[in-house]
Ligand binder design. Structure first.
Ligand code: NAP
Ligand code: F7E
Length: 328
């Protein structure tokens, strides 16, 4: 039986990946940072909280990572831990760089110090392309990050490449474009929209205030994307792969699809407020994942529309339960 160690196991991707690996017969060990209130709602969603060995530790604490690797001797490490909200990275640039950037280096260093045969997956991001240098981005597109988050991810990406090249480690970097699901945090735009659509259609909200409606993203489904992470570590050599759908939609398109699904016109409910604009915006992202398709046999399975509708269905059920309990 293979053992996988996942940092960020309580996040969106952590939950999908843990479920995916448990279904494959892995022993899954998950890192849990100390918080005043820990929440396992995403793991509970899949009913897998008790199937994972959850251990306290933090990616900013190298000693905790070394201790865990020595104890559990994993075959594969998936570094998903991050301060992942781009907007907050301007308010907390140092924390973001410590967790998202230095945290990744700590994971690589912990593996090098413990057993450099352990395979490492680093969760890199399309935010590294930022102010895009080519209309469609692939593994050879130059980077131009536009936020402290993007800069910290670029540091982590190059560290992963550097550990691969200088320490002969199996360290792969997945440059994943935006991916969403019913487990997405409520502050990200897709979930903010689907949650509002559920509330508006059930009569407990009227308006939705968003920021820049013209930004465009290449949005995929998290459940599809965690398979690509795993495939990267099953490949015969470590490498860098773009994971995307190849299609880009604006926030207006997102609103249109989401409000249409419940028979509403988004223009009657959505307002754009400049206070929610970012200091530096990533205007458009669109990825080319041909390398992942040809090398790993990975293709996205879920369309943008299917994903948005899946998220609305889940939000409707949750909001209906809240209304029934009088929690509005
Ligand atoms: P997420 O939901 O925000 O999850 C982040 C996880 O990191 C949470 O479990 C969080 O735990 C944990 N974490 C935060 N600080 C930590 C620390 N100091 N030590 C250990 N764990 C810590 O993010 P996601 O959407 O699942 O994304 C997973 C990874 O992929 C992240 O690295 C993200 O930056 C990257 N990524 C995401 C996307 C996307 O579209 N989703 C695209 C490209 C790359 P708490 O909740 O307890 O803080
Ligand atoms: O913003 C615009 C916003 O916060 C998407 C993270 O997982 O994907 C994610 O980063 C776009 C931006 O995601 C609102 O200005 C408009 O242009 O959903 P988001 P993100 O910044 O693309 C990448 C790949 C990651 O790696 C990150 O970890 O939507 N937008 N109005 C808004 N965004 C938010 N959050 N809220 C709004 O009201």
């Amino acid at each position: 039986m293979k053992t996988a160690f996942i940092t960020g196991v309580t996040g969106q991707d952590g939950a999908y990946l843990a479920k995916f690996l448990l279904d494959k017969g892995y022993r899954v060990v998950g890192l849990v940072p100390q918080r005043s209130t820990s929440s396992f709602w995403r793991l509970d969603y899949f009913n897998i909280t008790d199937s994972i060995e959850l251990v306290y530790g933090d990616v900013t604490d190298l000693s905790s990572l070394v201790k865990i690797l020595r104890t559990f001797k994993p075959d594969e490490v998936y570094n998903l831990a991050a301060q992942s909200f781009v907007g907050v990275s301007w308010d907390q640039p140092i924390l973001t760089c410590n967790v998202t950037g230095m945290g990744a280096l700590n994971v690589l260093e912990a593996v090098r110090l413990t057993d450099n045969n352990i395979k490492v997956y680093q969760a890199s991001s399309s935010e590294m392309f930022g102010e895009v240098q080519e209309p469609i981005q692939n593994e050879n597109t130059p980077f131009y990050p536009r936020s402290p988050y993007g800069v910290s991810k670029l540091f982590a990406h190059w560290m992963t490449v550097n550990y691969r090249e200088s320490h002969d480690m199996f360290a792969s970097s997945g440059i994943l474009f935006n991916h969403e699901s019913p487990l997405r945090g409520l502050s990200f735009v897709t979930r903010k929209v689907t949650d509002a659509v559920a509330r508006i259609s059930l009569g407990v909200q009227d308006k939705l205030i968003l920021g820049n409606l013209n930004a465009k993203r290449d949005w995929g489904f998290a459940g599809d994307y965690v398979e690509a992470m795993w495939l990267m570590l099953q490949h015969d050599k470590p490498d860098t792969f773009v994971v995307s759908t190849g299609l880009s939609h604006s926030i207006k398109d997102l609103c249109d699809v989401a409000f249409n699904y419940v028979g509403l016109n988004w223009k009657e409910h959505v307002e754009s407020n400049a206070s929610l604009f970012r200091p530096a915006e990533v205007n458009i992202l669109m990825g080319n994942s041909d390398k992942a398709k040809e090398t790993l046999g990975w293709v996205p399975k879920t369309s943008f529309k299917e994903m948005v509708e899946m998220m609305i269905e889940a939000d409707m059920k949750r909001v209906e339960k809240e209304i029934a309990k009088g929690h509005m």
